[in-house]
Design a protein around this ligand. Structure first.
Ligand code: NDP
Ligand code: 2IT
Length: 448
């Protein structure tokens, strides 16, 4: 699909002019605009109320210095970000990413997509995202704590349980959320549900850790079912070996699939007998080591340098769960030529536009990130609910709600794709369904 709608072409030109040097943000906006064309043609009222121009401009962007002292007594300085993108349907909500590649473009693309994703969850959450170019790799626990405390020493004044509720993303799990929470509580002198993904002893939700990976598989299962297929007996390739990848691997295996790969930024492992997840959890969650260590547990598995090679492994279903633009046109063609018929996204924007074109050309099933990985933030929403009620639900209760949400997200993608004349295009379905709720809310609240 091409962007031909004159109005959207003009707005996109403005976005490009106003945000030079932000390729990821422009990529995310372009994808959404292409799929919104039929809506714009039918809804001149949304154009008249300036919804589109407002949607692409964050409500607030905060950039700050994060100084901290390393273990050698040296001062280190990182850059911190929080982009509060859209609060039309609820308080800003979205993760914090700690990775050396973090910059404003990446945080803005993530915050923009989060707005649509959160809308799809059916829960009242706006869109936001934050992060820093801090690299957690090789840092001691004390350094991680000092960084997190310094980051929160500025961030605390911009967030709150009814204002903006951060959580984890790349490089941020329960350990970092714990340090953020402790510092927030100390400065504010207030114990509130200001972050999600917390530890279970102080307000965290059961099943939040599993939620993104499990949710990805629940969504994919619905998409497969609607197309006469299932996970049972299928070979699955997963990239990444972090929080999303691990629990996608666990659920896909439980649903009868054989997962044969995982990766990190250095390379990928191939285990033809199926990934031994206990070994992976030990390496990644306990020891925080590289995925190449897997061969110590399973000497018959293979390790290959270079993460992109993972897409050359023969499979039926691919679940990219590492990072943006990890799967390009060449990777998509390699998947297709090996018989892969389904790509469903655990990571945010893992497929380049060229890869997405291949999925459509080859008539593959494509589960877009905003829908397929929404289980994480949906369960964060459930954590907020539990915190507000000062109650906690059992694992089964949360998992059941997560499952129901993912089923309803697939249903929305399917119905909207059909209603706008693009049956089976779940990317368009997700973008339109997510957009409609936000757009109606923005129109109703006036030009704010
Ligand atoms: P983790 O930090 O737990 O794991 C990230 C994984 O991706 C690691 O294996 C990491 O390898 C790999 N990775 C990260 N950056 C790169 C890169 N530039 N090139 C190659 N590999 C890379 O993060 P999560 O599992 O939480 O997040 C994975 C993806 O899922 C991200 O896109 C995130 O935005 C998305 N997501 C996460 C949710 C959550 O709840 N956590 C919810 C929804 C989406 P290495 O160790 O070598 O860096
Ligand atoms: O991209 C995402 O949806 C997340 N990193 C989870 C955000 C959250 O608030 O749980």
């Amino acid at each position: 699909m091409k962007l031909t709608n004159e109005y959207l072409v003009n707005v996109l030109e403005q976005v490009k002019k106003r945000n030079p040097n932000e390729p990821e943000f422009i990529q995310a906006v372009t994808e959404v605009f292409v799929t919104l064309q039929p809506v714009i043609e039918q809804r001149p009222d949304l154009v008249a109320s300036g919804v589109i121009e407002r949607l692409v401009e964050p409500e607030r962007q905060i950039i700050f210095r994060v100084p901290w002292i390393d273990d050698n007594g040296n001062v280190q300085v990182n850059r911190g970000f929080r982009v509060q993108f859209n609060s039309a349907i609820g308080p800003y909500k979205g993760g914090i990413r700690l990775h050396p590649s973090v910059n404003l473009s990446i945080i803005k693309f993530l915050g923009f997509e989060q707005t649509f994703k959160n809308s799809l969850t059916t829960l009242p959450m706006g869109g936001g995202k934050g992060g820093s170019d801090f690299d957690p790799k090789g840092k001691s626990d004390a350094e991680i704590m000092k960084f997190c405390q310094s980051f929160m020493t500025e961030l605390y004044r911009h967030i709150g349980a009814d204002l903006d509720v951060p959580a984890g993303d790349i490089g941020v799990g329960a350990r970092e959320v714990g340090y953020f929470f402790g510092q927030y509580k100390r400065i504010r002198n207030e114990f509130t549900g200001v972050l999600t993904g917390k530890g279970l002893t102080y307000g965290g939700s059961l099943a939040r850790k599993q939620a993104t990976g499990y949710g990805l598989c629940y969504y994919t299962q619905e998409m497969l079912k609607a197309n006469g297929k299932s996970f049972d007996g299928q070979t699955v390739v997963i990239s990444g070996s972090g929080n999303v990848a691990i629990y996608a691997c666990e659920k896909a295996t439980e649903l009868g699939a054989k997962v044969v790969t995982l990766s990190d930024s250095n390379g990928y492992i191939y285990d033809k007998d199926g990934i031994d997840l206990d070994a992976v959890k030990q390496i990644k969650e306990v020891e925080r080591k590289r995925i190449s260590e897997y061969l110590k547990y399973r000497p018959n598995a293979e390790y290959h340098e270079g993460s992109k090679g993972v897409w050359t492994v023969k499979c039926d279903i691919a679940l990219p769960c590492a990072t943006q633009n990890e799967l390009d046109g060449e990777g998509a063609l390699a998947l297709a030529s090996n018989g892969c018929y389904c790509v469903s996204e655990g990571a945010n924007m893992p497929s380049t536009p060229e890869a997405i074109s291949v999925y459509f050309d080859k008539k593959m099933l494509y589960g877009p990130a905003k829908a397929a990985n929404a289980g994480g933030v949906a369960t964060s929403g459930l954590e907020m609910t539990q915190n507000s009620m000062r109650l906690s639900w059992t694992f089964e209760e949360v998992d059941e709600k997560l499952h129901a949400i993912m089923v309803s997200i697939f249903k929305a993608c399917d119905e909207y794709s059909k209603a706008y004349g693009m049956p089976g295009n779940y990317m368009a379905g997700a973008n339109i369904a997510g957009f409609m709720k936000v757009a109606e809310s923005m129109k109703a609240q006036g030009a704010v």
